[in-house]
Write a protein that binds this ligand. Sequence first.
Ligand code: PHE
Length: 445
Amino acid sequence: MSDIKIWKGNSTFILAAAGSAVGLGNIWKFPYMVGSNGGSAFVIVYLICILVIGLPVMASEILIGKYGRKSPINSLKKLSKDLNLNKNWYFLGVLGAIAGLLILSYYSVFAGMAFSYIFKIFPSGLENPSNYSSNYFGSLSSSPVILIFWHSIFLFFTCLIVGFGVVKGIGRSVNILMPFLFIFLLAVSAYSAYVGDLKSTLNFLFFPNFSALTPEVILSAMGQAFFSLSIGMGAIMAYGAYMPEKQVIGKTVLTIIFLDTFVAIAAGIAIFPIVFSNEYLEISAGPGLIFETLPVAFYSLPFGELFSIIFFILISIAALSSSISLLEPFTAWIEERKIIKRKIIVLLLGLSTWILGLGSIFSFNIWSEITFLGLNFLELLDYLTNNIMLPLGGFLVAILVGWLISEDFLQKNIKMNHLQFSVFKFFLKYVSAGSIVLIFFYSVL
Ligand code: PHE
């Protein structure tokens, strides 16, 4: 047991897990998905999914990691052995470790783009900044070489941190990165709410309008909840293994979920007011929303250039604290075999992910015409991971913890009072597992 790594104090686990959860999912994806899925309807389904599925599944993942004190795969092996369950449950960990690499491969492409925007300064005196911006985004996404460059840089930093290990790499960097992120985000949202159209934004985000609700929207909202909370693939389970013994799971999960949701809404408030107040910008611009429209919005505003730089630094920090958790489950698993050193493992996994990322890069340009079921490589990976693999992972966690583990064992490890425990168990057992299945079949069939 001597090689067990555990973070000191309660805050590192919270920062690391919130760092994993808060990322491109909140600042890049949430706003554009809200924008293209009809606003408040999507937001409301998303929030419900966070509460009824996200909360219980996240608590269960932490529980498994904390009990096993190993990589998700080996924690699952230990759990099923100790409780006499089917020994194949560790496949759930394998599924997650693979999903992590698949997600990382395209995550790094978008994070690299965001990183590149820190250095992009629009020339002054432009007559038509919107035109300039879409031309610029067009030229960036049509150039495999430039995209590969930024993808490589981002992946390099991810591997560097994970290579340094759990305490020195991940623990230390989240302690530095996360406070910056919160401060920057508050600054940008306050600025945007002040100079932009806050009223239309609040209306769009919160005024109930269910006409836009379709099965597809519901599935996307659920997929987004999984993606944004980093659940269903073992990232949070892997971090659970480094959680101090005394830290209470229930309270910690509430804090993480609150932070994640707060950042997603704050990102909406940072972006929509300026989009609404500019007649050239389209709320439903899709994945290009923050790249194409935001620089234009910032362009015409006082101190806009400075805030644009701050905004893209913010996204890069958020992306980095998430990407490390995508790589950790696979890395930790191989490290436990004690054959190869962590740094070499990270190098090999990083290389494989880099190669896979080329497929997503080419989806913007040379492979854009190649599709399967109407989706290109990148869209296919996105659909497969968010709408299938993560919900499947979450469903299996809910079945394992909600149905197969004995009540005594659960209660002993999760440490909740009677009422909290009953609510948790009920939700996990029936509501979480049930709604994943329902939403999945409702939208696919
Ligand atoms: N939650 C991260 C985000 O919102 C992405 C992520 C998904 C990270 C799954 C780890 C695991 O950007």
